[in-house]
Design a protein around this ligand. Structure first.
Ligand code: MSP
Length: 640
């Protein structure tokens, strides 16, 4: 019997709308879950939203909403998006759910009673963005590596979890379970954190500072630290402690995360489980970042890609295929629309789409739309290894999927597709069709090709479920039946002779690059493309923004950043700014011109260059349009 399979995604913060990064992790969970159903496993897939903490309170305030109204609204955006992307989760957990709150209280009380939670005063470096304390060693240039801002020094009395007591145990556990954290680079990263003394984990926040959280069951003046609360979703979401789901699935739990949250999952979570006397999860699967022009896609950087826009423009299976084919699980990838178009045209429209329509067209032409009967004798020589190629592809696919190597699994399918295309060239059915004496051979060739396509459609099921169903239908098979079970794909010759096939269709239309001039920037969401007018501000607030006239003195390109230019400007003093306008402007367009710059914006380091301000530009469909002045003005003159 195949073991049950339990998969989780991180529960996403509701301080921003879902973007491509969230979609990737959740699609991976869906793909791996569908793969396990190919192995006939009973599966359970949990996702959800993380709704407590400072970040949420600040985001709600910005939108003039109460935290509860705000979390309801954003959480439903996540919950509503996943079915649009063909993601079939079993349960959607919210940390504001009563059942979750009860589990958090129960675990806190249990660990407190066992003596692993204590009260103490603490002074530390706190990043409000990450909602956690940092050690000096973790900072880069004294700044939080994620938010590039200096953390604040905070002194307060709090509750602490004795995480340090489990350091030795965790190191040993990781050594004894070599694929507990995978790929290996992330296991090594966790082991390297563990070379330093671990320290204890502050698990409370005084209500004087934060109320939006789960009250500690043993002290009403404190709420639970958001990470301690959030991690417990993985067990509360399946009915810890007594629910049937918990009993069945927890021993098989696997988590998927990106590398940004490795420490809470690789260190806090297993030690929390150990302290609470709960078995440790089975695997932590860690992937890299989707980057845009070298920087991580994130709402705070304003460079997020909207999954729905991509789905609507290119189709859901194109989108899912691209994500799975392009990223090597564990490493970073750069998202670019040109790469998506290229993959669609070559892998989907050309290799797979052409093969499919060619084979179906030949079946219609030579055998009035029915799967031809084959004669074993005629098969001799006309199988040309296609059967063993198919079995090899299934084997390679299965091996790669088990290791989360989605890219390799897809390459195995496409190797087989290419073998089928070659098989057509070598057997030349159009030549066989011309002679009466070779009709049996022709039937064998077409039958083999239809059988090959049946196997391809089964293998495509986890990544491209819609395409897989369409192919099944056009092969005269029942798409409602679990055609994707691996044992059926490991058996050659299951296609039934005599079935009448529907007319062929085009699986993937080619994207005409001349017509589809979707600029990359159009897919990347910016505040302007949301186009909602922002909430009202007072004149006093506006006056805090110091806008000045600047003369452009010199313009340079920025190595390894296609979109960025480095501008030297005069605002009464010389300054350097970085602007994302390289695709629309050159040095000749800008030197000598006068632009408008915000000069009191906190400097930001972009690719090692400190940008001391930001220029104004309109955000247009075809890229930015720089705001200039219509008369020569003194550099540094204020703009009101
Ligand atoms: N709420 C926490 C997780 C708690 S889980 C107990 C959190 N939320 S998050 O909204 O910030 O989501 C982080 C996760 O979103 C990443 O680990 C990853 O799964 C996904 N991604 C967000 N941006 C991403 C990229 N740019 N690239 C790839 N994945 C990304 O952390």
């Amino acid at each position: 019997m195949t073991e049950p399979f339990y998969i989780t995604t991180p529960i996403y913060y509701v301080n921003a709308k879902p973007h491509l990064g969230h979609a990737y992790t959740t699609i991976v969970a869906d793909v791996i879950c569908r793969f396990h159903s190919m192995q006939k496993a009973e599966t359970y897939f949990l996702t959800g939203t993380d709704e407590h903490g400072d970040k949420v309170v600040r985001a709600a305030k910005k939108e003039h909403e109460t935290p509860m109204v705000y979390v309801d609204r954003i959480s439903s955006l996540f919950k509503g998006l996943w079915p649009e992307l063909n993601i079939k989760f079993n349960s959607f957990i919210r940390t504001t759910d009563l059942a979750h709150v009860t589990v958090v209280e129960k675990i806190l009380q249990k660990i407190y009673d066992s003596g692993d939670i204590y009260f103490s005063e603490y002074e530390g470096l706190y990043c409000y963005g990450c909602e956690r304390f940092y050690t000096e060693r973790e900072l880069v240039d004294r700044k939080c590596p994620d938010h590039e801002s200096e953390p604040a020094t905070i002194k307060e009395s709090n509750y602490f979890f004795k995480m340090s007591a489990y350091q030795g145990w965790l190191i040993e556990y990781i050594h004894n379970h070599p694929d507990f954290i995978r790929p290996e680079r992330y296991k090594n990263e966790v082991l390297s954190f563990l070379k330093e003394p671990l320290g204890d984990l502050c698990i409370s926040r005084p209500k004087t500072r934060l109320q939006w959280g789960i009250t500690l069951p043993f002290d009403k003046n404190y709420v639970t630290y958001v990470w301690f609360d959030a991690l417990l979703n993985y067990i509360s979401g399946i009915g810890f402690p007594d629910g049937g789901l918990f009993k069945k699935f927890w021993p098989h739990a696997q988590h998927i995360i990106a590398k940004d949250i490795l420490k809470p999952h690789g260190i806090y979570w297993p030690t929390m489980l150990k302290a609470a006397g709960i078995p440790i999860y089975k695997h932590l699967n860690v992937h890299g970042y989707w980057n845009i022009d070298q920087s991580k896609m994130s709402k705070s950087l304003g460079n997020v890609v909207e999954p729905l826009q991509l789905k609507n423009r290119y189709g859901i299976d194109v989108f899912r295929y691209f994500l799975m084919r392009e990223m090597v699980f564990g490493l970073d990838s750069i998202f670019h629309i040109d790469a998506l178009i290229k993959r669609t045209n070559s892998d989907l429209a050309n290799d797979l789409g052409n093969l499919f329509s060619r084979v179906l067209a030949m079946t219609h032409k030579y055998f009035p739309a029915t799967v031809p009967e084959t004669d074993p004798k005629a098969e001799q020589g006309f199988q040309s290894g296609l059967k063993s190629d198919a079995l090899k592809a299934v084997e390679e696919f299965e091996k790669s999927m088990c290791r989360f190597s989605f890219q390799k699994a897809l390459i195995a399918i496409w190797d087989f597709i290419s073998k089928m295309n070659k098989y057509i060239d070598v057997t030349a059915p159009w030549v066989l069709a011309k002679k009466k004496s070779s009709q049996k051979q022709l039937a064998a060739v077409i039958n083999n090709l239809l059988e090959g396509l049946r196997i391809v459609s089964g293998l495509l099921y986890p990544v491209m479920p819609d395409t897989a169903m369409t192919m099944q239908k056009h092969l005269g098979l029942d798409p409602e039946k679990p055609f994707y079970h691996l044992d059926g794909l490991k058996t050659w010759k299951k296609i039934t002779p005599g079935i009448v096939l529907p007319k062929s269709i085009i699986l993937f239309p080619r994207i005409d690059t001349k017509k589809d001039n979707t600029p990359h920037g159009d897919i990347v969401d910016s505040d302007a493309s949301i186009s909602k007018i922002k909430p009202e501000i007072t004149l006093e607030t506006f006056n805090k923004v110091d806008l000045r006239v600047a003369t452009v003195l010199r313009v340079d390109t920025v190595p390894k950043a296609k979109k960025l230019l480095k501008l030297e400007i005069d605002i009464g003093e010389k300054r350097t700014i970085i602007a994302g306008i390289a695709e629309n402007y050159t040095s000749e367009d800008l030197v000598g011109r006068q632009i408008i710059v915000i000069v009191n914006l906190k400097p930001a380091k972009i690719l090692g260059i400190v940008s001391q301000g930001m220029m104004l530009a309109a955000v247009e469909e075809n890229g930015p349009v720089v705001a200039t002045l219509d008369k020569k003005t003194k550099p540094g003159a204020p703009i009101r």
